[in-house]
Write a new protein. Sequence first.
Length: 246
Amino acid sequence: MTTASQQAPAAEVAGLAIRTGKGSPILDGIDFVLAPGAITGLLGPSGAGKTTLMRTLVGVHKISSGTVKVFGLAAGAPALRGAVGYVTQAPSVYQDLSVLENVRYFAALQGLPRASALEAIDAVGLSPLSHRRASGLSGGEFSRVSLACALAGKPRLLVLDEPTVGLDPVLRAELWQRFAALAQEGTSLLISSHVMEEASHCQTLLLLRQGKLLAQLTPQQLRERGRSEDLELAFLQLIRDQEVAK
Ligand SMILES: Nc1ncnc2c1ncn2[C@@H]1O[C@H](COP(=O)(O)OP(=O)(O)OP(=O)(O)O)[C@@H](O)[C@H]1O
């Protein structure tokens, strides 16, 4: 049986603005709803406000105005602690600990059993390396340890800041398969990237530019509105069209 909270949107953002006092706001008038159990891509050029928006959703960034709700509760509410996983751009992994020790440590912080660490390591395909020291891992393996740490608590919303940056095409494809499997199991994922090509792996896209949400749409809708099969060209066309419409 599903409860009302399980059916609630993964996130609801209304009228969100973040101002620092100087210059234009970092985020301005952002409104969107994240469907549960879907992969949402957060795309936009460097400095668009992607990290700030993600930090707001996980409740670690103060907002100037508007509301940010996650599973019906104010972002950062104590009751959401186990429900939201966040992987930052810089992997938070201890170099001198093994893969297993790292993930067990994060699991223990949340009061989770050893089995949850093993499951999370398995989910990112690192079981054969579980006793390897993190300092001896490749870049891609290292980022997957960070992902496993976030997965150990089986979060209902997983917020990933540029998880595929610096990875080779094979590893990138492998990670997107893992994200799809998580969404299939009901996890909601918000994944940022500035590589438009990755947008094709997402069900919905949030297109951010200069702190404003240009559009929330599917990859196919972006191709249609941007009049190109190439998502990068389509995004550029969308920007041009909006500049002309101003
Ligand atoms: N605490 C802060 N004070 C002032 N400006 C800030 C602060 N934090 C971020 N900014 C600015 O807000 C803008 C958005 O930053 P943010 O890191 O959210 O962008 P991003 O889209 O994640 O960029 P990238 O893809 O390069 O990581 C940038 O211009 C940044 O310099």
